[in-house]
Design a binder for this molecule. Structure first.
Ligand code: MTE
Length: 301
């Protein structure tokens, strides 16, 4: 299936500003050049987007349902059962229902996207995700014209999630996007990392990835998606509304109440790794700034 957006990507567009790729397109290009034998080489968006090591991406995590320590998810998430897995899609849609994860996958186009990932805690990684555009899933359910927002919910299963036995957050973990954000071609549902099924600690079998927003918007292990006309509640906003807004766009000019957001620490570079400047909208300004035209980004943090 041809991708409307990625088909427009030329070699010259593959810059740090447009730092995401459709690996299949690249592979197709390589095959055309007789380079199919290089298919094992990861696609690189640019020199400055060196993907973080797999072991780092999968062992330094935030997934409070499995504990609040960075290594708790990798240690505890093996307890999670992910098969069978159904995602309820309801609210303002034409075809509400319980969608089986495997049925969803059979209808989606899986791509690789190498995205910057910036946590609100001021650390960052570069992750080669595999997955599909959220828009394709929403189109499958048929979004009604009255819908304005999308609400997401993580599984809540105390028997397999030791972290939910303590009230670190109000469970289940919930998140939300404005509909135009959800429909944006950069917004994806990740189902893999480095070409492998996404590990449980990273949000198996399906987690949101919104690369221009702080990482906590990228809700993991999703079991419900609800189309609504009201701005949905979000877990971190509920926990501390002064510090975590609904939008949470990466913005080096709007500091967190307790620390600067002007720079970030790349994880995996060792303790002496230099901090690097944080980019407006995490480097995706060209693609997403128009979504927020006329909005006061300091107020709508
Ligand atoms: N989703 C759920 N359900 N629970 C969580 O605790 N943590 C968020 C986000 N999604 C979280 C979640 C935060 S704070 C971040 S930074 C990212 O997941 C971390 O994703 P990673 O572990 O894959 O790097």
């Amino acid at each position: 299936m041809a991708r409307r957006w990625t088909n427009t990507l030329t070699h010259d567009d593959v810059t740090p500003e447009a730092a995401w790729l459709n690996r299949r397109q690249i592979m197709a290009g390589m095959a055309g050049l007789g380079l199919a034998g290089l298919a094992g080489i990861p696609a690189r968006a640019s020199g400055d987007l060196e993907p973080t090591d797999y072991d780092v991406i999968t062992q330094y995590n935030n997934f409070y349902e499995f504990g609040t320590g960075k290594d708790d998810p990798a240690r505890n998430a093996h307890q999670l059962t992910i098969s069978p897995w159904t995602v309820k899609i309801d609210g303002l849609v034409d075809r509400p229902g319980d969608y089986d994860f495997n049925d969803i996958m059979s209808q989606m186009t899986i791509e690789e996207r190498i995205y910057r990932f910036r946590c609100v805690e001021a650390w960052s990684m570069v992750v080669p995700w595999n997955g599909f555009e959220l828009k394709d899933l929403l189109d499958m359910a048929g979004v009604k014209s009255s819908a304005k927002y999308v609400a997401f919910e993580t599984l809540h299963r105390p028997s397999e999630m030791p972290g939910v036995r303590v009230p670190a957050l109000q469970w289940p973990y919930v998140e939300g996007l404005r509909l135009d954000e959800a429909m944006h071609p950069l917004t994806m549902m990740a189902t893999g990392i480095y070409g492998k099924d996404i590990p449980k600690q990273n949000g198996a079998p399906m987690r949101l990835v919104v690369p221009w927003k702080y990482g906590f918007k990228s809700i993991k292990s999703i079991v419900r998606i609800t189309l609504t006309d009201q701005e949905p509640p979000t877990s971190w906003n509920r926990a501390n509304a002064q510090e975590y807004g609904f939008y949470s766009n990466v913005n080096p000019n709007v500091d967190h109440r307790r620390w600067s957001q002007a720079s970030e620490r790349p994880i995996g570079g060792g303790v002496f790794a230099k901090r690097i400047p944080t980019l407006m909208f995490n480097g995706y300004e060209k693609e997403v700034a128009s979504l927020y035209e006329g909005m006061d980004l300091a107020k709508n943090y």
